[in-house]
Design a protein around this ligand. Structure first.
Ligand SMILES: [Fe+2]
Length: 132
């Protein structure tokens, strides 16, 4: 069964811009979850993966800039975490593009990956900002 993300208020971390970006992230993953099954074009599937990878890069840089501005003490640690998340994501995308993983498994990976990043890692920054 293919997972989907049902966006809920409880997923918000309390930083408006980050929450907006996360909500769009969820929307994008859900759109990919539908589009990958509606097309037979390998080229289009690869373009969708590229769209996701670029959005993930944008989102992480955006978060890191917010952390930098706020003098978040664990900025470097969080940036390292972002590099690891991005590398895991791009590995999965490469496996998908070389047909080593299926549509279903990449979508399920994306959903778990999304929750790991938003619900676990980003909470630390939110706690810091909201305690300031
Ligand atoms: Fe995030």
């Amino acid at each position: 069964m293919i997972k989907r993300i049902q966006w809920q208020t409880k997923y918000k971390i309390g930083i408006k811009e980050v929450d907006l970006q996360h909500e769009y992230f969820a929307l994008l993953i859900n759109r990919l979850g539908s589009e990958l099954f509606l097309t037979n074009s390998i080229h289009y599937k690869h373009r969708l993966m590229e769209e996701l990878s670029l959005y993930a890069s944008f989102h992480f840089i955006s978060e890191e800039n917010m952390m930098m501005k706020a003098n978040f003490p664990d900025y470097k640690g969080h940036a390292r975490l972002h590099r690891k998340l991005l590398s895991r994501l791009n590995d999965q995308i490469n496996y998908f593009c070389s047909e080593k993983v299926t549509e279903e498994s990449i979508i399920n990976f994306l959903v778990s990956w999304f929750f790991e990043h938003t619900l676990e890692h980003d909470k630390a920054f939110s706690l810091f900002l909201n305690e300031k």
